[in-house]
Ligand binder design. Structure first.
Ligand code: ITT
Length: 218
């Protein structure tokens, strides 16, 4: 059984809509490392959760990246939602920016303690961590890699990323969670979609699709 590591019911609902009954919630508030990309946070979370539970885990870290604010709030999205609230984020963007384009980004980090076959896809392995720490060749530090120098833990983590681009708008809709009411995709806010409709276009749906394909091939 796969443990979906989240305290957020909305994420769990979307994961279940995609992966059916194959997931169970692991309500574990893993300590988030201070990092400026969601992949690093997710990779750390997956290792911590795997150590805790000893079974396959999938951590989901996500954020809203407002282009005109250089990606803010990004990895600080939860803090900004809790302090300012999502409507204020929209109002700030509307007041300050001509273009309110934004992206949602989701990184899923999978860990089951097994070494994965090397693939060209993002794989976090010891060799990459060592390479990152020593500055050796191949040490990418962008979100797609997850092999961050912050982490000297050799437990492999596989990362799956999904991104969706849209527009910030005045809040509409009662569904979804978090920033969904202010995020419009193709004329509809994500809070106006049900979980299945949102998965068909969303950052999380795209990341879940990549994960499901990989699991099937494996
Ligand atoms: P867990 O860490 O326990 O999974 P969380 O809600 O803290 O729950 P994140 O740190 O990944 O999860 O979320 C960052 C913020 O982005 C938080 O304010 C969420 O409400 C928001 N968020 C994440 N995914 C979202 C989505 O699909 N739609 C709207 N907002 C989302």
């Amino acid at each position: 059984m796969l443990r979906y590591v989240t305290t957020n019911e909305g994420k769990l609902r979307e994961a279940r809509a995609y992966l059916d009954d194959e997931v169970t919630q692991f309500d574990f508030d893993y300590p988030e490392v201070q990092a400026d990309d969601v992949a690093t946070v997710a990779a750390h979370g997956a290792r911590t959760a795997y150590r805790r539970v000893g079974e396959p885990v999938l951590v989901d870290d996500a954020g809203l990246f407002v282009e005109g604010f250089d990606g803010f709030p990004g990895p600080y999205s939860a803090f900004v939602e809790d302090t300012l609230g999502v409507e204020t984020v929209y109002r700030l963007a509307d007041a300050e920016l001509e273009d309110t384009s934004a992206s949602f980004r989701c990184v899923l980090a999978y860990c089951d303690g097994e070494p994965f076959d090397a693939t060209p896809d993002p794989v976090d392995r010891e060799d990459r961590v060592v390479a990152a720490a020593t500055g050796a060749d191949g040490a990418e530090t962008d979100a797609g890699d997850g092999g961050d120098a912050l982490d000297d833990d050799p437990i492999p983590v596989k990362l799956f990323e999904g991104v969706v681009r849209g527009e910030l708008v005045a809040p509409r809709g009662d569904g979804g969670f978090g920033y969904d009411p202010i995020f419009e995709y193709d004329g509809t806010t994500m809070a106006e979609m049900d979980a299945t409709e949102k998965n068909a276009v969303s950052h999380r749906g795209r990341a879940l699709e990549k994960f499901a394909e990989w699991v099937q091939q494996r």
